[in-house]
Ligand binder design. Structure first.
Ligand code: NAI
Length: 332
């Protein structure tokens, strides 16, 4: 099957190549993101293989369908960037990779917490410059602190389990609680307001939906403990960034660890070191010493890249052979 792989990055090509040895698809790697302007680059393809910042809106889906595309294969779990309803209405199939390594994301969230708390990024730079002073590097014990886990699906559960291993009190929030899981790690489900009130660290693991957009906003921040640490490896728009910046300025938020940013499209995954960034909000965030940003990197492990490549190419194979699509996006 001819597959146009949009927004291809150097780090994933070896995994796609290796996995494709077993499938034999004709892969065309396209560096740029999918938009209506770059759609022409996929001429002749039956499958568009997309990443998190590709623009898979109704206009793109319609034109792609007219060009002969019948399958959109997302190299991601999230599908908030796809007009799912429109795809269904015209019979465009959409598949995703629902699970590639929840460990990768959960472990990255924990890494961000340790980095911010123990200031490892600063310590590394200091020691490299032969500055062995410890002033300004004081952290806190995570043991005994209260951790709020918002969303206890695949990633949230692993994160909660790791944090319970620190000897922390783990509070869980999910619209579909899993009491057996909670019991297994001696955690408990509660409402979101108790998490805001009691948690020293809040980590977001829910999908972006109309209901969860800007969950973290001026009002929710006002309910939180002063100096709380917020970690977001979910999606950028779970946080109203302007409200976050105000809270960082007045000290009501102590730390923010962000692997996702609401306007990351066109910035994350790109080298902007020559051109600089024009996004004032991101530029302001980068000035805070207590903000730690990674560029949507939480998934980036060998295991995850292998699983993404395998599941995506297998879905293309199933589609080509007319067999059941195991990983169809709900609603398509
Ligand atoms: P999942 O589908 O297994 O879990 C999501 C959980 O959120 C479910 O338990 C669901 O009941 C809950 N939920 C949904 N809406 C809710 C609401 N309004 N209120 C309360 N709970 C709600 O998803 P998974 O695999 O754990 O991933 C979570 C999110 O992490 C994804 O949606 C994605 O946006 C993000 N992600 C980020 C990555 C990164 O590299 N930074 C990589 C992979 C996923």
């Amino acid at each position: 099957m001819k597959v146009a792989v949009y927004d291809t990055h150097k780090f994933e090509i070896p995994f796609l190549q290796k996995e494709n040895e077993g499938f034999g698809h004709e892969l065309k790697y396209i560096e740029g993101r999918l938009t209506k302007d770059t759609l022409a680059l996929s001429k002749g393809a039956e499958c568009l293989c997309c990443f998190v910042n590709d623009k898979v809106d109704a206009e793109v889906i319609k034109t792609a369908y007219e060009n002969g595309v019948r399958l959109i294969a997302l190299r991601s779990a999230g599908f908030n960037h796809v007009d799912v309803g429109f795809a269904k209405s015209i019979g465009m199939k959409v598949v995703h990779v629902p699970e590639y390594s929840p460990y990768a994301v959960a472990e990255h969230a924990v890494g961000m917490i340790l980095t911010m708390n123990r200031k490892l990024h600063k310590a590394y730079n200091r020691v490299k410059e032969e500055n062995f002073s410890l002033d300004g590097l004081v952290g806190f014990d995570i043991h005994g602190k209260t951790i709020g886990v918002v969303g206890t699906g695949k990633i949230g559960k692993i994160f909660a389990k790791i944090m319970s291993g620190f000897g922390s009190e783990v509070l869980l929030f999910d619209k579909i609680p899993d009491e057996i899981f909670a019991k297994s790690i001696t955690a408990r489900y509660t409402n979101i307001d108790e998490i805001y009130k009691k948690a020293d660290i809040i980590s977001l693991h829910i999908p972006l939906t109309p209901e969860t957009k800007y969950l973290i906003n001026e009002t929710s921040i006002s309910k939180m403990k002063k100096s709380v640490m917020i970690v977001n490896t979910g999606r950028g728009k779970l946080i109203d960034t302007k409200a976050l910046v105000r809270a960082l300025k007045n000290g009501s938020i102590g730390f923010a660890g962000l692997d996702v940013y609401e306007e990351e499209e066109g910035i994350f995954f790109e080298d902007k070191s020559e051109s600089g960034i024009t996004d004032d909000c991101l530029a302001r965030l980068l000035t805070f010493p207590n903000v730690f940003i990674t560029a949507h990197q939480a998934f980036l492990t060998q295991e995850a890249l292998h699983n993404i490549a395998h599941t995506t190419l297998e879905s293309a194979n199933d589609f080509e052979n007319g067999t059941h699509l195991k990983h169809q996006v709900p609603g398509t």
